[in-house]
Design a protein around this ligand. Sequence first.
Ligand code: UDP
Ligand code: MG
Length: 149
Amino acid sequence: MERTFLAVKPDGVQRGLVGEIIRRFEAKGFTLVGLKMLRVSRELAEEHYGVHRERPFFAGLVEFITSGPVVAMVWQGEGVVASARKLIGATNPLQAEPGTIRGDLGISIGRNLIHGSDAPETAQQEISLWFQPAELASWDPCLGPWLVE
Ligand code: UDP
Ligand code: MG
């Protein structure tokens, strides 16, 4: 079953939006299989955002993501990677559609609340970067047949 990696960034934690963000993925029908709060090391931040290493915002991004606790999660469900990106919305919250997390809750690209993997391959890399296998729970929600025919 497809899985994606999501992280509520330090701004989402500080603003008390962890519950609101989790609620949206639960309500959609996806299954939470991993969850932890942690203070991100510089090493983990630089690895996670390695693809952006040469970009002008890289240093500030690493600084920000290590500035306070984040809530790291793994969610499961058919099509969860692309769907989570839709629920999250465009990178710049001012351009993100209303109804999305960033569109409803944010105004700044450097404070856009949440990270979501951008493709199934990236999701697998990010899940193994952030979580040990034993930290993930495989379970079947009893609502399964009411969510998927
Ligand atoms: N970012 C930024 N300034 C930019 C572009 C990106 O601060 O001009 C930050 C922003 O927090 C974004 C993260 O870098 O979420 C990673 O950028 P990416 O393009 O991968 O956006 P995402 O996949 O998070 O939508
Ligand atoms: Mg990205």
